[in-house]
Design a binder for this molecule. Structure first.
Ligand code: C2G
Length: 129
């Protein structure tokens, strides 16, 4: 089996998240998604609106996702690559170049983001009401 791995916060799940998961799943035959815990989001400088337990349950319910795991620290990517026998690491191109050091273990792909949608933009629009 060809296993694909990615990570993200997936707050206020939207079409941009769906598109990247759909595209990543199409690169192999199993997709594993690490969902950032609330504590790790604090490390990333993010404060999600939706609590971790709900964000991971939503991601787990997406038909393109085979396994959803907690993402607790930057350094777990290598462990997860070994643990799940991953062949491809993929993520949106906002991270372009940031995970190239994984290329000794896996193929690293950066996919185009979906324009016109982001959690930040959604918060801004909602705050106008
Ligand atoms: N994304 C996208 N298009 C958007 C918004 C997001 O393709 N309009 C993608 C991002 O590129 C990422 C995924 O959706 O691949 C999840 O986005 P975030 O939840 O913002 O993830 P992030 O906080 O960047 O977490 O260790 C890696 C980090 O945990 C990544």
């Amino acid at each position: 089996t060809k296993t694909v791995l990615t990570y993200g916060t997936f707050d206020l799940f939207h079409i941009g998240h769906l598109n990247v998961l759909k595209r990543l799943r199409a690169l192999g035959d199993r997709l594993i998604v690490g969902v950032s815990t609330d504590e790790f989001n604090a490390v990333k400088g993010k404060r999600p609106i939706v609590p971790f337990e709900q964000r991971i349950e939503i991601v787990r319910s997406i038909k393109y996702v085979d396994i959803a795991i907690p993402e607790e620290r930057w350094s777990q990517k290598r462990e997860d690559i070994e643990k799940y026998d991953v062949q491809i690491f993929g993520i949106g191109e906002d991270w372009k170049g940031k995970f190239d050091e994984l290329e000794d273990k896996v193929e690293v792909v950066y996919l185009p983001r979906t324009s016109g949608i982001s959690t930040t933009e959604m918060k801004r629009v909602l705050s106008a009401f």
